[in-house]
Design a binder for this molecule. Sequence first.
Ligand SMILES: [Zn+2]
Length: 339
Amino acid sequence: MIADISNLGGTTVAVNGGIQVEIGRTRYSLDPHGQVRADYTFVSHAHIDHMHNPSKNEKVIASSLTRELAKARGYDLGETIEELEGVELLDSGHILGSRAIRIQDEVYYTGDASGRARAFLGKCRTRQARILVMETTYGTPEYVFPPTAKLVKEVNSLISSAYDRGSPVVLMGYPLGKAQLLSYFFSSWDPIFYHESVATMNSIHMDHGVPLKPGRRFDPLKDQDRLPRGPWVMVSPMSSGRSRLMAHLKKEHGAILVAFSGWAMGQGYKYAMGADYSFPLSDHCDYQELISLVQAVSPEMVYTVHGFASEFARDLRRMGFSARPLAAYQSSLSDYLEG
Ligand SMILES: [Zn+2]
């Protein structure tokens, strides 16, 4: 079922199990949730909410890094295409291997994108296009993130005082992307444990030259009672402070739980996650960066998806752009867990 369709000078943008773009006679399906009929399927990055197992006939456009990361997470993208006439893949700065796609000079689709360089990740690269389809996860003005260096300094000082008291610190972020940034930024602390889902993703990053410190692998099923006393740091997937593992680490070790997400700009986030502290380290554009992205692409028409899609489209219209949200392609709970 096609939920929303619009035709702009011969190019069609529609929602059909993902975002569907038709230019001339060629149909592209962008980040579909399941198997679709299209000439090409584009997979922007290896987060689960952007992933499916394509059929044998699907021609999949994705970076080789996305293919490798997807495989490690149980998704087989098959042979992937990285170079195709009329198609340009641009680093979107979101996670390792993430790409935006520009099809001719007609359509630019961001996938998930970050507007700032962080550690080993660059920022989203842009090019002009007539139609922009963009993610707007943090598309309201209260989401303007602080400088990353300031945040890292604050967290280091928090860890430092925990070490003085002999308390361990658990740094939580989704296991692909955020966890590697946390592993990178806070690698000076010893000993450092990586939850096994983080360790698996870390080793793929290290294979590709990202300088992460080899830490100790932590399997929550086997190693829960083997953690040492005294201070240590653990990089862990985002997990509620009320989960069995986190409750155990708090009770037995006095661990301090620190959550990292753009949603931490809101006061309620820390409490919702049951964390002791939260910091707005994000892998998405903040509000200002979203506006800069639109200005750089300089489109005739903007379609917004995810998060504050309606609010951001309204703000763009006030600035003189033509913009509207793509209906029926809105965020789900998984965006909060793995943006
Ligand atoms: Zn993502």
